[in-house]
Design a protein around this ligand. Structure first.
Ligand code: 5GP
Ligand code: SF4
Length: 449
């Protein structure tokens, strides 16, 4: 998911700015979108299924009054994809209202939820985020920031939050920093967004990332911060760099584009190949393919034309839709490929369906050889922290060897970047990343099933 929050101290309406931010964060989720605002007296909100530009229009913007606003784009990890589960959640509690938008997955939400239900609390959605809102409301007697601290003592997992009250915009990042969250400065206020591309879209300047375990509070007085006392191991999601984030974003000081390009260069050193042409599976793999091409001095060219009007395929919740989407999305550029030996760079193999389909497509289009290089190690463990990888059993990297995968996808050769190579691509030696989907070393416990 993607989250965005805007606070303007000039009292101008912010709904449109939140919208532009969500527009830039659309790649993080395409199932539903929502914006909630507050004008100091009361909250307003609108949510709908679909893309950001399908959900909002001018009339809706006029109804979303206020100088504080938050927004959300969703793809479902926990909780089904239907309108009730769309965010932001807006609730009234004894002292006012809270709006909340959440990116990530809690690992202990069911446990907390059943405890609250035993106390008679009722829930309207099936999402983790409602558990968080309930806890904050429950502890609100000493003010919302304290309530958030108490809530953070209980909830475990991945959460980057933007929270709105009558007078404040608050950003929260979980103690491991699993999901990204950054702060930008406007002339008359502040912005909090999942990725820096969301700040760029509203002309805000990136000042820094929200730190793991930090609560950032923005109001008329400016910006202040609360840090949790306890130190946790930083484990921000390395998959953000490989695939999930937009290449023009900078996360925790590391540019996503450069990280991808580095991965391509390292991949070239680890698994070189003699071919006529390097191609990418657009768009995510383009930087890695350029890095691969430059490192070996083999020309980079386009092998596919991508239909830009189709969303990200893995975000389609079911398998047959996913396969159809790949076909509609990627068409081979026959004139470029025919008779050539190509190496195709992709960012990841998850189930193996995409790779199999597109290797086959390239061969049918006349490629003489199709070699595949992957800029992440085999995905062999499920993610429980907000990236929707399927069960282990469906992960081809969990059930097959590399040679078996090569055969399954029909490639002439297959090479994955090593885990060490991947870590080097993001350029940090002291290992502050979660790499659990490749290595199985989960930074915090995984949910009981
Ligand atoms: P596959 O067909 O192997 O399941 O999907 C692999 C493709 O999905 C890759 O080309 C990649 O672009 C995209 N993908 C990247 N990250 C993820 C992820 O976390 N989950 C899933 N299911 N697909 C992803
Ligand atoms: Fe990211 Fe993988 Fe860790 Fe999930 S398990 S947070 S996808 S690195």
């Amino acid at each position: 998911c993607g989250v965005m929050g805007v606070y303007r101290n000039t009292m101008d309406d912010v709904a449109q700015m939140v919208y532009y931010g969500l527009f830039a964060l659309q790649h993080r989720g395409q199932e539903s979108a929502g914006i909630a605002t507050n004008d100091g007296n009361m909250p307003y909100f609108h949510k709908g299924m679909g893309l950001v530009n399908e959900v909002f229009n001018d009339e809706i913007f006029r109804s979303l009054k206020g100088n504080i606003g938050i927004g959300h784009v969703r793809y479902s990890t926990t909780g089904e994809s239907y309108i009730n589960n769309a965010q932001p959640l807006v609730v009234k509690y004894r002292r006012g209202s809270i709006g909340l938008a959440h990116n990530g997955n809690l690992v202990n939400a069911p446990l907390i939820r059943s405890g609250l239900e035993d106390d008679g609390v009722v829930f309207q959605t099936t999402i983790d985020s409602e558990v968080i809102v309930n806890l904050i409301a429950r502890y609100s007697s000493d003010g919302i920031p304290t309530a958030i601290e108490r809530t953070m003592d209980l909830i475990k997992g991945a959460y980057s939050l933007v929270i709105m009250t009558e007078g404040e915009l608050i950003g929260v990042r979980d103690p491991h920093g699993l999901r990204p969250l950054c702060i930008g400065k406007l002339e008359d206020g502040y912005v909090i967004a999942s990725e820096s591309c969301g700040l760029d879209s509203v002309g805000a300047e990136l000042i820094r990332d929200v730190e793991p375990g930090e609560i950032v509070i923005i109001n008329q007085e400016g910006i202040r911060s609360i840090k949790l006392n306890k130190e946790y191991k930083k484990a921000s999601c390395i998959f953000e760099y490989i695939y999930f984030a937009r290449p023009d974003s900078v996360i925790d000081g590391v540019g996503v584009y450069q990280a991808r390009k580095n991965a391509g260069e390292i991949l070239a050193k680890e698994h070189p190949v003699e071919v006529d042409m390097v191609i990418a599976v657009p768009d995510t793999s383009i930087p890695a393919a350029i890095g691969y091409s430059e490192a070996l001095g083999i020309p980079f060219s386009e092998g596919f034309i991508k239909n830009r009007y189709i969303g990200r395929t893995f975000i389609q919740p079911d398998q047959s839709m996913r396969e159809l989407a790949v076909r509609l999305k990627l068409n081979p550029l026959r004139s470029n490929i025919i008779g050539k030996r190509v190496v195709m760079i992709d960012d990841s193999i998850v189930r193996g369906t995409t790779s199999k389909q597109i290797v086959n497509t390239l061969k049918r289009a006349g490629a003489k050889e199709v070699h595949v290089r992957i800029s992440s190690p085999p995905v062999a463990y499920s993610c429980y922290y907000g990236i929707d990888t399927p069960d282990n059993k469906q992960l081809i990297g969990a059930v097959k060897t590399i040679e078996e995968i090569r055969q399954a996808i029909g490639a002439d050769s297959l090479g994955y970047i090593s885990p060490e190579g991947l870590k080097r691509s993001v350029g940090i030696a002291n290992d502050p990343y979660c790499t659990a989907c490749f290595c199985g070393d989960y930074p915090l416990e995984i949910p009981l099933r």
